[in-house]
Design a protein around this ligand. Structure first.
Ligand SMILES: *[C@@H]1O[C@H](CO)[C@@H](O)[C@H](O)[C@H]1NC(C)=O
Ligand SMILES: *[C@@H]1O[C@H](CO)[C@@H](O)[C@H](O)[C@H]1NC(C)=O
Length: 614
């Protein structure tokens, strides 16, 4: 299967030529789950026109091979032995810092099983429908071109004005340092460059990444460092078929830095880590007040790093965290879930009363199913399966509410919950854009663990986010808001007399849209898992709303108030996830579904795909 998706100039030209005509026939607002009406004479004309153009264009999906620095043929089928080492350079070497709390014996990755295809099929069987109308194909190509154009525009500005910096400031056209100053946008965008077939830009970016020095630099957010930088490097390496060893070497250098933050008496990581202090060899302990997402979101990156290097220190480090999570999962105020606030020093994850799937909790849950998948459902991975199932039982029982909305749509929104005991659980009916990833998590989990109920819940959660997009004044869901709620998950009649700022929105506490990916992420999972082409139309509507409202002279920017009418004020911010995640998911919506198939790749929480190998 190709790992890149792109079109030849001929197709691009053909698509653009047809674009204005097609526009006339694309529905303005796709209604949820109803098939699109197509006008037949127009359809026939476009099939004919497209055939003519297709016949005259070179059409290939094979990426041209860039230059590699190693002769490796493909990704390893077993973890390398002896373990790989980073290529020595003049940068800071975290391996040289003395370990204060050495590990006596390391847990190794489970041995690969002989039986291939142990995991159930995730993606819908698209290949059965190879003959779908050319009309649709040309339309998807045109959409693909629009997303790619948005990306290349931002990338050109980043290159011009913020090269090697963490972020471009999209309003003022300058740059800022937000995540350690190692070029967050540069590293986070590597795999998107590859996937969009911007191979020359990719090559240029990799050459720059090689020069990055992960030297000590004050207090660092290790969660963001792991998901954006380490995830970005591993994913780019995987996409090159493990041929560009410069990327792995860089990933090991960074992995060694992150590993140093696990050097505490109980081997729990310090997630807001004073790297300067640690580099001087001072004693360190994990925080007494921590956050569940930051503790529990290393498993995917560190497991892949061990698979690719054969160095078991990383897998061992996350196994210690996972064991603590598993031990305490059923002892909290909502058995199955961990509260947001935790004590990592003890460690004690059972005290706090606030539970959420959104900010500060999200990927702790997301990574349970995904790590199981990365470990190929081997016996050692059953711990992750059990934790996933226990968590999702509690999610379905306690964390979802049915919004009371004018069209009585069959949707479920995850919310924040307070629980002082398992018998006293209260939802607050707030919604967050960030929580929208839950739809994709449930749909993927439903396929992985063969539970259709979860796929169906995934659909209803995804549709709640789609509903929020479609029914917000500008077609964009705000960051944080409340919704009126039904007493249960079953239908209830809309009460228009309830006080609301907009139908379906009780109040909006944070009206920004900061170029977030979670809604399109779940739409992407639902599309790949159910095969319903309606999700492509939904995605296109979302893309158009976001791109037109967030555009600046240089790139795209966070919007201050998506509930307000008119042009809208912008913030001088373009987080690296806009290029790493949001535009990547939009792009993949309009690609051949075999590209980065969910049966061959698993995406980290920053949308970086890791190969399901070893
Ligand atoms: C640092 O930690 C080690 C191992 O826990 C301990 O033996 C040593 O006394 C500590 N040093 C200081 C300065 O606290
Ligand atoms: C599917 O998931 C639901 C909710 O988590 C659970 O109650 C049910 O037992 C699961 N079914 C199977 C077959 O595992």
């Amino acid at each position: 299967m190709p790992s890149g998706c792109y079109m030849s100039d001929g197709i691009l030209f053909a698509s653009l030529l047809l674009s204005s005509a097609l526009e006339m026939y694309s529905p303005k607002k796709p209604a949820m789950h109803s098939r699109r009406q197509v006008r037949w004479p127009a359809l026939l004309f476009f099939i004919f026109a497209s055939l003519m153009l297709l016949n005259h264009s070179p059409y290939s999906f094979l990426p041209s091979p860039p230059k590699y620095t190693s002769s490796q043929k493909t990704c390893p089928s077993t973890p390398p032995y002896p373990p790989l080492l980073p290529v020595p350079n003049s940068g800071f070497n975290w391996r040289r810092i003395e370990t204060k709390n050495p590990v006596k014996s390391f847990t190794s990755l489970p041995k690969a099983t002989k039986k291939k295809d142990k995991l159930p099929r995730i993606q819908y069987g698209f290949e059965k429908e190879e003959s779908t109308a050319l009309y649709g194909k040309v339309m998807q190509k045109r959409r693909l071109a629009a997303v790619k154009a948005a990306f290349t525009r931002c990338w050109a500005s980043y290159k011009d004005r913020a090269w090697l910096k963490d972020e471009l400031t999209p309003v003022s056209g300058s740059s800022k340092t937000t995540f350690g100053g190692w070029g967050a946008t540069l590293v986070d965008s590597l795999d998107t460059l590859w996937i969009m077939d911007l191979k020359q830009e990719f090559e240029e970016a990799v050459s720059a990444v090689v020069e990055v020095d992960f030297k000590p630099d004050g207090v660092i957010n290790m969660f963001e460092t792991t998901i954006r930088y380490l995830g970005g490097l591993l994913s780019a390496y995987d996409l090159t078929d493990c041929k560009d060893s410069r990327l792995l070497s860089k990933a090991i250098e960074l992995g060694d830095m992150i590993y140093a933050s696990f050097d505490t008496p109980n081997r729990m990581p310090i997630t807001r880590w004073d790297s300067a202090k640690a580099s001087k060899g001072q004693n360190q302990t994990a925080a007494a007040s921590g956050i569940i997402a930051e503790l529990a979101s290393f498993s995917l990156e560190f497991t892949r790093l061990s698979q690719l290097t054969g160095d078991m220190r990383y897998y061992d480090a996350v196994t210690r965290v996972t064991n603590v999570l598993a031990d305490q999962q059923m002892k909290t105020n909502i058995p199955g879930l961990w509260p947001v606030g935790i004590d990592v020093e003890t460690p004690d994850l059972t005290q706090d009363t606030q539970f959420s799937l959104g900010a500060m909790a999200d990927s702790a849950y997301e990574y349970l199913g995904k790590t199981y998948q990365l470990l190929h459902g081997t016996k050692a991975a059953f711990q992750y399966k059990n934790m996933y199932n226990a968590a999702m039982d509690a999610v379905i029982r306690h964390m979802l509410f049915r919004p009371m909305v004018p069209d009585e749509a069959d949707i479920l929104m995850p919310t924040t919950v307070r629980a002082s005991s398992p018998k006293s659980v209260h939802q607050d009916h707030t919604a967050q854009h960030l929580v929208c990833f839950v739809g994709g998590m449930l749909a993927l989990g439903g396929r992985l663990f063969e539970n259709e109920t979860h796929v169906e819940y995934g659909r209803r959660v995804t549709d709640a986010c789609v509903w929020s997009y479609q029914n917000a004044p500008n077609g964009i869901m705000p960051e944080m808001f409340s919704m009126p709620s039904c007493p249960s998950h079953t239908p209830c009649v809309y009460d228009a007399t309830k006080e609301q700022v907009h139908p379906g929105f009780t109040s909006v506490s944070d009206a920004r849209y900061i170029l977030r990916p979670e809604a399109i992420e779940s739409v992407f999972y639902m599309y790949r898992i159910t095969g319903d082409p309606l999700y492509q139309d939904i995605a296109w509507e979302m893309f158009q709303a976001i791109d037109s409202k967030s555009r600046t002279d240089f790139a795209n920017a966070a919007i201050r108030n998506v509930m307000a009418d008119g042009e809208g004020e912008k913030e001088d911010s373009m987080e690296s996830f806009w290029l790493a995640e949001t535009l990547k998911y939009f792009y993949l919506m309009f690609c051949e579904p075999g590209v980065l198939s969910l049966d061959e790749w698993v995406f980290n929480t920053e949308a970086h795909p890791f190969r399901l190998g070893v």
